[in-house]
Ligand binder design. Structure first.
Ligand code: IPM
Ligand code: MN
Length: 360
């Protein structure tokens, strides 16, 4: 089939601006490859709270369930961040959506671009050639355990809980991916302290014999945070629990030169959602300075998921072309930079008008 129903949730902050550039890119792909994408927009996050009181209205959830894929922008708003008493928060919408759709595997690829090596504060010889895939568990752990704040505010807790069923599927996915790459899988955990981490290790050890070609190793998360900036090339595929994955993926983005470059795919058995790893960057909202590349590359991951691999490659090549020719937003080039809209149009035009031979 060449007809796809895409749910689009622009969300908060710079979300709508970067999503607009992804839609532009996908429209260029539709034109070239004769696909039809039907985009239906839904509300989620702070905007949804302001309009309906609910960060994830039922309508939005139904729309996502009923789509071939979900494209999501960003979530979060300072008016909630600075109010610890707020009972309803934008992030609850995204967390509920991930949970309801069973999006257990969040895949965050990290690559480096030759022309951006010097944009990273890390030294060229340390980061050049880094290529990592982070598999972050997304619907369990401390994000979803029991939470409580004592009414007087004397104490609060968040429970970190994992069951073997939460761990097994993503560990298999990560092993399979490592098998297609440099055949190394690193489990990042805190098994010297946490019971849940010891469960992750046990399960990884049990599964490892099914993938004899992949070398499995383990690293404590504190050491991993250091190793990522000391020697990132030692990593191939990383698998880790929800919160560790959240933290180390922001850290890893420094290697690429900007968090505005990194896409992600959140995969479940029935649904999938594609989103940048960055947040809503409220300070930049409406200024046209947000980097649309993370969102556009998330759309490319969506094309792969829809088995439109040739189209996905075309998007990635056009992004590469824009970056290598310094057609980038101000996070990457302080001397001369282009707006969100200009970068998106440049990429979409390159998809449409460059010689077909460029891509082959
Ligand atoms: C991310 C974000 C989210 C997370 C927030 C917005 C809930 O930081 O996707 O990495 O922590 O998972
Ligand atoms: Mn995050």
């Amino acid at each position: 089939t060449n007809y796809f129903k895409i749910a689009v949730l622009p969300g908060d902050g710079i979300g709508p601006e970067v999503i607009a550039e992804s839609i532009k890119t996908l429209n260029a792909i539709a034109e070239i490859f004769q696909y039809k994408f039907q985009f239906t927009y839904g509300l989620m996050g702070a905007e949804a709270i302001f309009q309906t009181g609910n960060p994830l209205p039922d309508e939005t959830l139904d729309l996502c369930r009923d789509s071939d894929a979900v494209l999501f922008g960003a979530i979060g708003d300072p008016s909630f961040d600075n109010n610890p008493d707020a009972k309803v928060r934008p992030e609850q919408g995204l967390l509920k959506l991930r949970k309801e759709l069973g999006l257990y595997a969040n895949i965050r690829p990290l690559t480096t671009y030759a022309s951006l090596i010097d944009k990273s504060p890390l030294k060229r010889e340390i980061i050049e050639g880094t290529d990592i895939q982070i598999f972050r568990e997304l619907v369990s752990g401390i994000y979803f355990g029991e939470k409580y704040t004592e009414p007087e505010g004397a104490y609060a807790y968040d429970v970190c809980r994992y069951s073997s069923e939460d761990i097994i599927p993503i560990v298999h996915m990560a092993f399979q991916e490592a098998g297609k790459r440099r055949k190394k899988l690193t489990l990042i955990d805190k098994a010297n302290v946490l019971e849940t981490s010891r469960l992750w290790r046990k399960i990884c050890q049990e599964i490892a014999p099914e993938y004899p070609e992949v070398k499995l190793d383990y690293m404590f998360v504190d050491n991993a945070a250091m190793q990522l900036v000391l020697n990132p090339k030692q990593f191939d595929v990383i698998v880790t629990e929800n919160m560790f994955g959240d933290i180390i993926s922001d850290e890893a983005s420094v290697i690429g030169g900007s968090i505005g470059l990194l896409p992600s795919a959140s995969i479940g058995d029935k649904n999938a959602l594609f989103e940048p790893i960055h947040g809503s960057y409220p300070q930049a909202k409406g200024k046209g300075i947000a980097n649309p590349v993370a969102s556009i590359l998330s759309a490319a991951m969506m094309l792969d998921y829809l088995k439109l691999g040739e189209a996905a490659d075309r998007v990635r090549k056009s992004v590469e072309y824009a970056i290598e020719n310094k057609y980038v937003t101000e996070d990457l080039n302080t001397k001369q930079s282009y707006s969100t809209n200009e970068v998106g149009s440049f990429i979409a035009d390159h998809i449409k008008y460059s010689e077909k031979s460029y891509y082959n």
